[in-house]
Structures are given as structure tokens and as C-alpha cells.
Write a protein that binds this ligand. Sequence first.
Ligand code: ADP
Ligand code: GLC
Length: 478
Amino acid sequence: MKRILYVASEAVPFIKTGGLADVVGSLPKYFNKEEYDVRVILPKYMCMSEEWKSKMNYVTHFYMDLAWRSQYVGVLEMQYDGVQFYFIDNEYYFAGAKPYGNIYQDIEKFAFFSKAALSALPLIGFRPDIVHCHDWQTGLIPVLLKDKFHEGEFFRDMKSVITIHNLKFQGVWDVKTVRDITGLPAYYFTPDKLEAYGDANYLKGGIVYADAITTVSDTYAEEIKMPFYGEGLDGLMRARSNSLRGIVNGIDYEVFNPETDPCIEYHYNVRNFRKEKIKNKRALQSELGLNQNDSTFMVGIVSRLTDQKGFDLIACMMDEMCQNDIQFVVLGTGEEKYENMFRHFAWKYQGKVSANIFYSEALSHKVYAACDAFLMPSLFEPCGLSQLMSLRYGTVPIVRETGGLKDTVIPYNEYEGTGTGFSFANYNAHEMYHTLQYAMHIYYDKKREWNKLIDRGMAADFSWNNSAQKYKELYDWL
Ligand code: ADP
Ligand code: GLC
């Protein structure tokens, strides 16, 4: 039996800000329980819903030294969907209306969390063979495992893996403060270890010290070795390329299933979508006050509204795109300039553009089910889950060929009759627009071809089965 511990800052259904939560919340389910004991440890944020907090059971508590401070660490637990979850409690660090977002607080918060997660293990009585860390928030763990923790019998030879979900976020702060917070000796703060460009960098620490590094698609694993995508760490990625591999994300095929999804009104599958899917479109048009029209090409966007996702291209082409027989359904929150941009277009093109500037799991499912196409012209995309959800719901993705978008969406080839979506290579507004126009042409003028695109997309398998196998191989190799 192999024991694996996932340490992360978020996981569904407890807390979610992006795709990381989907991954950490669903992947552990896909390991055979006879062979792998996969458990997950998360912070217990005060902003988690009461529904979950009230179901957690107290396990133990202790006081932990964090440099010169002594801090309370509570440990709670809960089984969910067959997976054992633990939660680290500390009301000073995990207060606030959002789980994280202010780097000056987050730096200390996740130093605390990383050390607390390891320190709790002997008390819980769970000794993992491998600690699997996710993103910069847990980057200190591989460092700690090689530092003091290494001296105790319990932690000796414990291996670590770090998965990079987004290289853009690295957890960077000045060396002096980070030394003060973590109590780590000066030895670690050199450019071959935790330091990068004069500052302390949590993710870099994780990448330097982890026994293996993964990221969430093959293409992204290659891209981050180049300056354009490397976020200043491309040299390190090249240096560690022997230990770096891409494993593409999957999605939870039980939760994202158009045949059973409780969030959508009309269920369908790959055999009857031609008749049934349209009913969800009608329902959404009426719910959001869009013009009632079966044939209008409906495009969905469900996203964090940030530069990463290519919204400057959309800003540039929105007026032109709206000259067509088209509708946009936008669901997202993020940068104010993009929130206001979509509010503006919803006002300007009433009946054509619906801007839903909030977070709603239920509405996101309705968008995936109702739309004809899904637009995701990302500047970079480590993997992307929204396009996988779209494929699953028979909504044709239109994407830029980067990272996981390139690896999961096969571009339509009208001569061979292959492909599951539409894509373009260059980060260029007109290229995006021409690709969208091409998609519209197939939709309006070659409906049979369009439906075959949906057939192929819905038949593709992006459940975790394939990728969980790759993680198993990695764990076994370690
Ligand atoms: P990222 O992690 O970079 O944000 P992904 O495509 O990997 O991008 O994952 C985004 C996840 O967040 C998807 O599950 C998507 O449906 C969801 N999501 C994003 N914005 C919203 C929103 N406003 N309401 C509901 N779900 C959202
Ligand atoms: C990050 C990336 C996204 C990826 C997700 C889960 O948020 O931006 O592309 O799908 O992590 O790995």
C-alpha cells in the first residue's frame, strides 16, 4: 500500500477559486483504494460554508514554533466521497472573506500552513511515502522536508512532488521577511535555492527541492522552458527538465455529466443531444433575458476575468463580433476593467450579450450545457478545465493553441472530417475573430458537420482515468 498526501490551498467542494480546486478535489478519488491511500490536507478557512465546517470532526491540536512565534494548530477531519480530508485550523491566519489574495498576508499564512501540515502528520498517525504539493502555497514543503524535518525518523526519506498549476504565481517576498517568518537559515537564500532576482520565492524552493516536478499539460511543460512562458524561471525549468513532466488534467465525469447533472434542466447524451441540448439554450435565453431564438449562435465564457485568459483580444473584437447573429453569455469575476467591459457590452447589445459578474457553480453548468460554442483565447493556459467541461457538454471549444488547450482540443479539419473544436495559433485579435467566423460558418451552413464535431467532442475521454494512471507511474517510480 502506498500512502500519498496531497497538500493544497483549495479543493472542491470545500473551497474554490479556480481549476486547482477541481483537480485536488477530484483526482484523489481515482486511485484504487487497495493500492493507494491518498489523503488531502487543506486550510480550514473561515470563509468556507457552514455546511462543510459543521461536518468536520476535531482530531487534535498543538502549538508549533514558526521562527520566534508559537502558533496554535488545530486539526480537523472529514471523509468526503470516500476520500480522507484534513483541515488545519488557525483563526488568525485563515480569517477573511476570501481564502487568499493579499500576498503580504499569504506569505506568512502559507509558511504556517506548510509547516503545520507536516507537523500534524505524526499526531494524526499518517506517514505518507510521498507528499504531493500543489502550487506556490505549498512550495516550502519540499524545502522543509530536506531541512529540519529530515532529522527525525518519521520524515526521513519521505519524497515530495510539486505540481505547477500556474507558473505566474510564485509567492515572492523579500528575503529578510521570509527568513524572519520561516526561521530558515541564510543558507537557503541563494540564487541556486530559494532566492530569485534578489527576493525569496516559495515556488522556486519547491521546484529546486522536490524529487519530481509535474505540470498540468505536455505543451505547458515545454513552454515554461522558454522565456515567454517561463515567468523568469525558464532557466530553472530547463535545468530541472529531467525531473519535469506534463500530465494533462481530467475532470470529474460524475459531477460533469449532461445525463445526470442536477444543475441543468434538460438532460442529454451523445445520442440525443441533437434534440435535447437546445432545450437548455431556450431555458438560458429566457432566464438571462436574451432574445429567444433557437438558431442564434450562442457563445459561452466562464472564467476568471484576467489577462491570462485573453480578454484583451475579446475587448478588441467585441463590437465586430456582435454585428453577427450571435449571443454571448459571460460568467466571471476578476479584474475590474473586464468586469466593466462586459457590463458595458451587455448594456450596448441588450438581448445579445449577458454579463453575469459573479460566481455560480450552478450557472456555470447551465452555460456549458446551453451554448453552441465556448470561447477561450488564452494568452497562456497551463491546462484549462473549462474547455474539457465544454467538450463533455457538447459545446464546441474555440481556443488559442497554447498549453493544455493545444493538447485537449483537436482543431477541425473539414477535409478529413476530424477535430473537436476550433483553434488559432497567434495571440492576435483578428486571428481569433476569423476562427470564430469560421466556426459560425460551419454552424450555420454545415449543420451536419457541426453535429459531428459535437459527436467527437462528447466521445473524447477527459475523465481522470488516463491521467491518474500517469500519476501512479510517477508515484511508483519515486
Ligand atoms: P483557472 O484555474 O485558470 O481559473 P480552469 O479552466 O482550469 O482555469 O478552471 C476554472 C474553473 O473555475 C472551472 O471549473 C470553471 O467552470 C470555474 N469558474 C470560473 N469562473 C467561474 C464563475 N464565475 N462561476 C462559476 N465557476 C467559475
Ligand atoms: C491553473 C491554470 C489552469 C489549470 C488549473 C488546474 O489555475 O490556470 O490552466 O487548469 O490550474 O490545474
